[in-house]
Design a protein around this ligand. Structure first.
Ligand SMILES: [Zn+2]
Length: 146
């Protein structure tokens, strides 16, 4: 089924999602993406080092703890990278003047439950990669999924 291309429908009365605002968000996202790539790379590197250290069986439980910490750090950065890429894609779609079912600044809901709430400007400025409103985000975090 060919995808329908419809013009951007602005539901916001305040309409702060101007081109300038979106471009600023893209700049922040790009910097954040780079930062997370570097941090993920560092976590991956020390994970390899720790795995090699395990072979010595020197202090196994401490090493296991380190590895676990590193894995969750790595996961955190990878999840962030996925969120950033998604937010970037949504912004590009908006800038191209197209709209999808999902729209930057509109909550994607949680576990298949649609929300569609418009994320306030202050939240988008504080967390440019956010895809959810506060309420859905809290539910997602409680559910262990981001
Ligand atoms: Zn929501």
């Amino acid at each position: 089924m060919p995808k329908k291309q419809k013009p951007v429908k602005r539901q916001r009365k305040d309409s702060f999602l101007t081109r300038n605002f979106l471009k600023r968000q893209l700049d922040i996202l790009e910097a954040e993406l780079e930062k997370n790539r570097i941090l993920a790379g560092a976590a991956r590197k020390s994970l390899t080092a720790e795995r090699e250290a395990t072979a010595d069986l020197l202090d196994l439980s401490a090493t296991v703890q380190l590895i676990e910490d590193n894995i969750s750090e790595l996961q955190r950065h990878m999840v962030r990278v996925i969120q950033i890429r998604k937010a970037q894609k949504l912004i590009w779609t908006l800038l191209e003047g197209q709209a999808d079912d999902e729209e930057y600044g509109k909550c994607i809901g949680f576990q298949g439950i649609e929300c569609g709430m418009l994320i306030p400007q202050r939240r988008l400025e504080a967390v440019p990669w956010t895809l959810r409103c506060i309420r859905c985000e809290e539910k997602a975090e409680a559910g262990g999924k981001t």
